[in-house]
Design a protein around this ligand. Sequence first.
Ligand code: MF3
Ligand code: CO
Ligand code: CO
Length: 254
Amino acid sequence: MIIIKSAHEIDAMREAGAITGLVLEEVAAFVRPGITTRQIDEYAAERIKALGGKSAFLGYRRYPCYICISVNEEVVHGMASERQVQPGDIVSLDVGVVYKGFIGDTARTVAVGGCEPRIQKLMDVTEQSLYEGIAQAKPGNRVVDISRAVQKYVERNGFSVVREFVGHGVGRSVHEDPQVPNFDDGKASPKLRVGMTIAIEPMVNAGNPKVKILSDGWTVVTHDGQPSAHFEHTVLIGEAGPEILTCPKKTLSK
Ligand code: MF3
Ligand code: CO
Ligand code: CO
């Protein structure tokens, strides 16, 4: 069942989204060579709290960290550890914050002090594929219009989209209907209606699209060991088209 948000709920989603976007921006700026992923997670926890929110991920299906931190061939759901990130690594940061009962969900991949041109291209293509998808997030279109736009852009640029994990509706829960795949799965696809809020999140592999889950039960990695990138925004289907809710508002104080 797809939940359409009321005007009041949309305002709350805007507030939650702005805080989530700000946390992601701050955490991305915090990443530097030698820092451990545990330190990144602790910093995220501190910023989420300072801004009056709570992690939407900690405890979700027993997930043990505040944010998801996935390095290089890790695709999503990586967990904080004593691993130090090094120059040339790429780090995918995925932040979910609950604020006044509503959730923002946003992700980006950053390079730790520069990376190879092919890996930079992977990140750039993944980010642009997100915006190609967002451009289709308007009333009257279907979810599959988003999926096709993402897939087409990624594949045209020589990379591949992950099939096993998808975007989703988001609101009071992290994962609501509908699913928002990054490829055309050939299934019936719901119409996008004003007041729907969805997380669009291409996960893009440099090589093969196949992934596997490590024995920790969470960390998703590429099957071929090549790097993967992830960008995500929470988006409102507005009357006039898509509205990105997880942009940091510079006017937010604290
Ligand atoms: N952030 C993920 C998403 O974008 C969900 C993470 S669930 C967790 O859908 F439990 F791993 F945190
Ligand atoms: Co996310
Ligand atoms: Co998401």
